[in-house]
Write a protein that binds this ligand. Structure first.
Ligand code: MEV
Length: 330
């Protein structure tokens, strides 16, 4: 029996602008998806998704075997497609098919933009391969998990699967149709409080909405996107120096620009401002927007309370530096 974990991630700076060739900065967080795999004596795959720990999220297994993760706010995610494809690719990789019992649980809300589907894919591949007694290099693990995301979603950026595999902070640079990722070493601990609220739009819709604005008001939108790119570059330097004050100030500007692109919502703005008023060094939405998650640079209980009072669920997070790893083997 093998248990592995794979971290989620947040985007510190640069979401949306990254679609237009600007860099983004992503940080793996110490909130994990855990996958336990036990080899069976037969060919069956038996998957159990344990209760997700957060309020308002439940996972049910339907009679046809589909796993549906359902949140309070109506988002329904079929996690099974990721697990199934991850198992297929893991079986191909080792060239051996064995039945397994899989138990999957998540410390993060599913579908909120924290990279849970990538963590499920990475965790499932690693757990299966190790349960059968094989090994896999991280490069291969990231590549296979990215393939899972591409196969399930049609298109996917390699960011989430790379973060779930390698952990740490990565400077993501799109180069044509390629993406390079440079590890970044923070000069200080980065305490984050993550708030999340129901999503009212999908990533696809939000990216398309920004695209329409870009096409109809290019001379206005283009400089906003380039400025977000500058913020990401300065944000990276601030992080490397451990200058949390500057990081916070840059988060605030980044949020204002994301709001100007139309991807924030009233409630998200309220939470972002409540966190600042309660003493956060900075705060912004993270990910695609339209509800979902925000981050506040703080570890203060006051900031958590402020977010909760505004109707957000709260999660504290710090950097995960290890990425996917085996945590027990029997
Ligand atoms: C979503 O987490 C980040 C976006 O920039 C979309 C993307 O880069 O694929 C909004």
């Amino acid at each position: 029996m093998v248990t592995v974990r794979a971290p989620g991630k947040v985007i510190l700076y640069g979401e949306h602008a990254v679609v237009y060739g600007e860099p983004a900065l992503a940080m793996a967080i110490d909130k994990y998806v855990y996958v336990t795999a036990r080899v069976r004596g037969d060919n069956k795959i038996n998957i159990t998704a344990m209760d997700l720990r957060l309020v308002g999220v439940s996972v049910t297994i339907l009679e046809n075997g589909d796993i549906v993760a359902k949140t309070d706010y109506g988002a329904v995610i079929s996690a099974l497609s990721y697990v199934k494809r991850a198992l297929e690719l893991a079986m191909e990789y080792v060239g051996e098919k064995k039945g397994v019992d899989l138990v999957i649980r998540s410390e993060m809300p599913v579908g909120a933009g924290l990279g849970t589907s990538a963590a499920v894919s990475v965790g499932t591949i690693l757990a299966y391969i190790r349960a059968l007694g094989y090994d896999i290099e991280k490069r291969d693990l990231a590549r296979l998990a990215w393939q899972v995301e591409k196969d399930v979603q049609g298109a996917a950026s390699p960011t989430d699967t790379a973060m779930a595999t390698f952990g740490g902070v990565m400077y993501i640079k799109p180069e044509g149709s390629d993406v390079t990722m440079e590890p970044v070493k923070p000069g200080a601990e980065v305490p984050l409080i993550i708030g999340y609220i129901p999503r009212t739009a999908t990533t696809k819709e939000l990216v398309a909405m920004v695209r329409r604005k870009y096409e109809t008001m290019r001379e206005i939108i283009e400089p906003i996107i380039r400025t977000i790119g500058l913020i990401t570059r300065r944000g990276r330097e601030a992080l490397e120096r451990g200058d949390l004050e500057l990081m916070g100030a840059l988060m605030n500007i980044n949020h204002g620009l994301l709001d100007s692109l139309g991807v924030s919502t009233r409630q998200l703005n309220e939470i972002v401002y409540a966190a600042r008023n309660a003493g956060a060094l900075g705060s912004k939405l993270t990910g695609a927007g339209g509800g979902g998650c925000m981050i506040a640079l703080s570890d203060k209980a006051d900031v958590k309370r402020a977010i909760e009072l505004m109707g957000g669920y709260v999660l504290s997070a710090r950097l995960d530096n290890e990425g996917a790893k085996v945590i027990s083997e029997e």
